[in-house]
Structure formats: C-alpha cells, structure tokens
Write a protein that binds this ligand. Structure first.
Ligand SMILES: *Cc1c(COP(=O)(O)O)cnc(C)c1O
Length: 358
C-alpha cells in the first residue's frame, strides 16, 4: 500500500504556502515580514496572547500538548477548525472531482456526504448491517478501484454503537483506500478506540473533536491522528493559519481542567443509562438502542409505517420547547428520534413531557 498512489496528482505537485518564518526562526526577533500590527492588539486581557501576530502554521505547541496527553507522537497529529474542516481537507487531498468515489456505510453522520457533494465527489451509500456493524458483502460489492476513502464512525452517530475491531482492521488490510474512523464520541465509550492502530495501518486515519466531551463546540477545534505521510499532506493543503490563537489558548486552559471533563462524562453516562431505563418502560417505545455516546436513539412503535409516531412526538416536544433530532428518514431508522443527554434537570423535564405525550 503506497499512500502517494492514492493522492490527487495536483496535490502531489502542489507547492505549499510558505512564510518568512519558515526560513527564519519565527518566534523571535523583530517581526516585519507579515504586515501585522507591531504596536499590539486591541484585544486586551491579562493573558499575553499576542493576538496582533499570526498563529503558528506548524501547530507546534498544539501538537505537543496532545502528544503529552495521548502519547501519540506529534508527527502523527494535525489540527483543524473542527473535525468538519479535516473531513473536507481529506476529501480534497485524495479525491479527484468527477472521478473518484467515497464509500459511506449508513446510517451515519451526514457531513461526510455533504463534504463529498461540495467537492463533486460521488458517494456510494451502502448499509450497515442490522446491528449497525460493517457489512462486508455490501462493501465488497460496491467497492471499485476509484474508491479512495471509506468513512466510518465509532461510536456511530446516530446509532451510538462502537464498531467491531476485527471488521475495521480487516477493511484496512483488504482495501487499498483511506479508512477514516470518526471518534467524535469515543470519550463516552469504554475502550474501543482505534488510535493506537495508526502505527500498524498506514491508510488509517482517526478523527477526534473537542466539541463533545470537552464541551468546546464553540472554539471549533478537532484533530486527526494518522501516519506522518498523510499528516504532511494535510499540512500542505490547509490554510496557513487555520487554528486561531484564542482557540489554542482555550484548549490550553481546558486541558488543565481534565478532571472536570471526566466529571461531565461520568454524569452524562449515568444520565444516559437512567434515561434509557425510563424510556424502555413506556409501551409506545419499541427500542432504546444501547449507546456508547452522549445521545440515545429511540425507536417508537408505529403500525402505520409512516414515521407518524416519531414525528408526532418530535412536534409535541418542540411545542414544549424541547428540541430533539428526527432520524426517521435515514435508512434502517424508521420511527427513530435521536435524543442528546442533557443535564439531570433537562432529562427530568424530557421524561415528564414524553410520558405525557405518550
Ligand atoms: C459532532 C460530531 C463531530 C464534530 O464536528 P466538529 O466540526 O469537530 O464540531 C464530528 N463527527 C461526528 C460524527 C459528530 O457527531
């Protein structure tokens, strides 16, 4: 398996943007190379953030911060403006518009297809099996030599399950393509991460985000872990200063609060199981799927087969100011709503309201 055989020719030939600070030691000296404001910044705070200066395009201290936390070497890490930016960059690195294909086992997160559509990349949406696991037969049947990327999500959004390790590793071995595993919800799962497999599989990419367990959706920060060759390609195509200094600063503060993150995770898991048990006791609910994430997928009983029940519950909840996500039009998810786990008070209110509606 040669990564460079998968890359778009124009990306291989691309000469990336360089700044004067790549040539000279960028952090020190009198910086008169980038037309910044040398007097200072209008944003004043106790912290000396140097917001008048461009951030480090090489993400050096960000990568070091995460290397310290995860023991993944910094050479194997890349940061994006949310994982959504990384999804887009990976498609642009590997897929030729109008020619290459991306395989997406569904039901799953909608952004993979949106990002492909924006880039004019054809997608094959195949189905996961009845347990929302990889179905080898359908993947083999849809795979072509132009399939550059397979998107997987574990724990999967919106079904909440982890993917079976052997299935994923078999895909990495068998297919001469990039295998992306989105681990946005991995902090809520017990084990199950593929991140340590990046040293064994050069085509494996793990996506992570600070938007969920870390409670930092507002700062827009995600990262991926992969072999160094892929990381270097991402650095080649990203906007030079994609991660802004306020975001970097927020991360630094948050990493010092990792006990708080652990506390949130514990409470969300506890609430998730409490809500699951409560909802399962209702006669109109056919199934509350086991979840390793911070949401649950709920399937309603419905004899009409037209998603009427799910839609009715969705509307009535909304009338009472409770917004949940309709997933009933996704394949295999007839009559399903996805409910994020709120805090204890919010969950009590949800429970009271659903009980009354049903
Ligand atoms: C929420 C979510 C993300 C996070 O995206 P960001 O751009 O990092 O906020 C990524 N993948 C999945 C499956 C998600 O549900």
């Amino acid at each position: 398996m040669e990564i460079k055989d998968l890359v778009r020719q124009n990306i291989l030939n691309l000469k990336p943007y360089t700044s004067a600070r790549d040539i000279y030691d960028g952090d020190k000296g009198i910086l008169l190379d980038a037309n910044e404001n040398s007097c200072g910044s209008t944003f004043t705070s106790i912290e000396n953030l140097h917001l008048n200066r461009y951030p480090d395009p090489h993400q050096k201290d960000l990568r070091q911060l995460i290397e310290n936390v995860l023991s993944i070497p910094h050479e194997n890490l890349f940061f994006g403006v949310g994982s959504d930016e990384i999804i887009d960059l990976l498609i642009r690195v590997f897929c030729n518009p109008g020619k290459d294909k991306v395989l997406i086992p569904e039901p799953t997160y909608g952004m993979y297809k949106v990002a492909c559509d924006i880039n004019d990349i054809e997608t094959s949406e195949v189905l996961l099996d009845d347990n929302f696991q990889i179905d080898y037969k359908v993947i083999r049947a849809s795979y072509t030599k132009n399939t550059k990327i397979i998107f997987l999500c574990s724990p999967n959004n919106p079904t909440g399950n982890l993917l079976i390790k052997q299935d994923v590793l078999q895909l990495c071995k068998e297919f001469n393509s990039i295998i992306i595993i989105d681990e946005a919800y991995i902090d809520f799962a017990i084990g199950g991460s593929f991140i340590n497999e990046i040293k064994n599989y050069p085509n494996l990419i793990i996506l992570r985000t600070f938007s969920k367990a870390w409670g930092l959706a507002g700062i827009r920060l995600g990262y991926c872990a992969a072999n160094e060759e892929i990381i270097n390609l991402l650095f080649k195509v990203k906007a030079p200063y994609n991660i802004n200094s306020l975001t970097r600063y927020a991360l630094e503060i948050s990493l010092r609060n990792s006990e708080l993150k652990e506390k949130y995770i514990k409470s969300i898991i506890k609430e998730r199981e409490r809500l699951k048990n409560l909802l399962e006791s209702l006669p109109d609910i056919a199934n509350v799927f086991s979840s390793e994430a911070n949401f649950i997928l709920v399937k309603f009983n419905d004899s009409t087969g037209c998603n009427t029940k799910a839609k009715a519950v969705l509307t009535k909840l909304a009338e009472r100011g409770i917004i949940v996500r309709d997933r009933s039009t996704q394949p295999k998810l007839e009559n399903c709503l996805r409910i994020s786990i709120g805090n204890e008070e919010e969950n009590d209110l949800l429970w009271d309201t659903i009980k009354k509606i049903i």
